[in-house]
Design a protein around this ligand. Structure first.
Ligand SMILES: Nc1ncnc2c1ncn2[C@@H]1O[C@H](COP(=O)(O)OP(=O)(O)OP(=O)(O)O)[C@@H](O)[C@H]1O
Ligand SMILES: [Mg+2]
Length: 511
């Protein structure tokens, strides 16, 4: 007899967990149960307390109050090893692998002591797990060379290798392509069929609807709702999350202005598997949002670098206003009115151990706040406070180190910093990744407002809905090549998909 999921054994029980950081109540009497073979989605706004709760479960943080029970046994607080040996495996929002080690060594790292099986035994186990769970990755590959999707597979393998029965995935799809996300879901379905249980954190409600059995929604540290996925829909979940109705902004069409920035047959070298640009010509016009659609890894990174002045083309020209430009520092870019919202906010956008004030004045802003080599920290702090207020960055204050911010709040700070000086050219690379639905609406309305005051916005995104909803003109990038410009409303998603797959480029060449 098989049990329905409602009757299956409870594998995890969080009972009235509370956690304060100074004055901030990150978790407030949160209770949650997870059953065998079940996927529970944990939802909530940026800063709602999701990662904190999972850090308590995994023993990274100690709760002020409340109990964690795994398979009926209370977990000793603040002890990740105890959590691991009780069968809890965590795949972090930000990966924790060692790039210079191989996949196999990363998986073995920190696990194997005197009782360890031989390396060949470990390899056999990893290979078996790869097959059972559909996690293709080579055991001898250096982790530093792997794609983000592959690294995530290593993190999951590592948890499974340690015999995890409960997998915690904190925004696992935020950094994945849609295809990689599908592969991850196939793995999770295999895992639950084998009796594992999953806690899945995501802001993407269509994913939650596709993979979760049940959703628990947090707001300001409290549970505000719990629903069966079958009994709800995306709209209802979004409303639960933000506490009201919400609609995403749509940009109305406008007449474009003069070209503010231009690429003229720009090429860059290929870098390993990542294609460089192939004679890309692109006009970015005042009062226009240019959407760049495409699957990640097709040259978007090279394009963002070139436009942001971080690298120089091997051939072709970049023109800003009336002048050709070569490379520039982020500070010079800023001085010329070019703002970047980088894709990788951890490595390009911020310095983890700096506080919010210091991070707000990174990237060339220092010159704005210094005089004869003296930094005006009071002005810098006011600048940071303005961003915190304007962009609703949830944090104790500007002296907080940025690494303590929730993922979405970190992104909001970087966004606010880019938008603050009123740039003429805004390079927005995946600007709403990791943001909750309310924050997405806000950020998109900011991009539209910037366009309406005459800026040009380049929106690089994998999300076709976002591209089609906001862009005045759309290009598709595939294998380093740029499609012609398509005006708003002239293309269907299916047609853009054919360009994204590279198919239409060949036909255009043949014609
Ligand atoms: N170690 C810490 N010190 C101080 N504040 C913290 C710490 N860890 C988390 N916080 C704060 O607790 C709140 C909850 O953060 P948490 O990371 O749990 O949010 P989240 O729901 O995961 O959000 P996101 O969707 O943006 O990832 C945030 O305001 C965050 O800044
Ligand atoms: Mg989080």
């Amino acid at each position: 007899m098989t049990l329905g999921k409602e009757e299956a054994e409870v594998v995890l029980r969080l009972d009235r967990i509370s956690k304060r950081f100074g004055a901030l109540k990150a978790n407030n009497a949160v209770s949650l149960t997870l059953r065998r073979g079940e996927v529970v989605a944990l939802l909530g706004e940026n800063g709602a307390g999701k990662t904190t709760l999972m850090n308590i479960l995994f023993g990274h943080y100690v709760a002020d109050e409340g109990v964690v029970e795994v398979f009926g046994q209370p977990l000793p607080p603040g002890n990740p090893r105890a959590a691991l040996s009780a069968g809890v495996g965590m795949v972090h929002q930000h990966f924790t692998l060692a790039g210079n080690l191989t996949v196999l060594d990363n998986i073995r790292l920190g696990t194997e002591g005197l009782w360890s099986p031989s390396v060949s035994g470990a390899r056999a186990k990893v290979e078996q797990l790869s097959r059972d769970f559909g996690l293709a990755v080579h055991p001898d590959a250096k982790v530093g060379r792997l794609s983000v999707g592959e690294r995530q597979r290593v993190e999951i393998l590592k948890a499974l290798y340690r015999n995890a029965r409960i997998l915690i995935l904190d925004e696992p799809t935020a950094v994945l392509t849609p295809q990689e996300a599908e592969a991850l879901f196939a793995t999770l379905r295999k895992a639950t069929a084998l009796g594992l249980s999953v806690i899945f954190i995501s802001h993407k409600l269509h994913e939650v609807m596709a993979i979760a059995d049940r959703c628990v929604v947090l707001r300001h540290g409290r549970v505000v709702g719990e629903v069966d996925t079958h009994a709800t829909d995306r709209g209802a979940l979004a409303a639960l999350m933000v506490g009201g109705e919400l609609s995403l902004p749509r940009a109305e069409a406008r007449a474009p202005g003069a070209v503010l920035m231009k690429l003229d047959r720009v090429s860059t070298p290929d870098r390993g598997a990542a294609p460089g640009l192939k004679a890309v010509t692109l006009d970015l016009r005042a009062g226009q949002i240019t959407g760049l659609a495409g699957v990640s890894g097709n040259g978007q990174a090279a394009l963002a670098e070139i436009l942001g002045g971080l690298s120089v083309p091997s051939s072709g020209q970049i023109v800003l206003g009336d002048h050709p430009v070569a490379g520039w520092s982020p500070g010079e870019a800023l001085a010329r009115g070019v703002a970047r919202i980088p894709e990788d906010r951890h490595h390009q956008g911020s310095i983890a151990d700096f506080d919010l004030t210091e991070n707000a004045v990174l990237e060339g802003y220092r010159t704005r706040f210094s005089h004869r080599g003296w930094m005006n920290w009071r002005a810098a702090r006011e600048f940071a406070e303005g961003i915190i207020k304007g962009y609703d960055v949830r944090c104790p204050g500007p002296e907080t180190r940025i690494r303590l911010l929730s993922g979405g709040n970190m992104q909001k700070l970087i966004l606010g910093r880019a938008m603050a000086p009123g740039p003429r050219v805004i390079l927005a690379n995946q600007p709403v990744r990791g943001l909750d639905v309310g924050a997405i609406a806000y950020v998109q309305s900011q991009l539209i407002a910037a366009r309406d005051r005459g800026a040009t916005v380049l929106l690089i995104s994998e999300d076709l809905d976002e591209i089609m909803g906001l862009s005045d003109v759309i290009h598709v990038m595939s294998q380093g090549r740029l499609s012609p410009a398509f005006a708003r409303g002239t293309m269907t998603a299916a047609e853009l998909g054919l360009w994204m797959a590279g198919q239409r480029f060949g036909e255009a060449d043949a014609a």
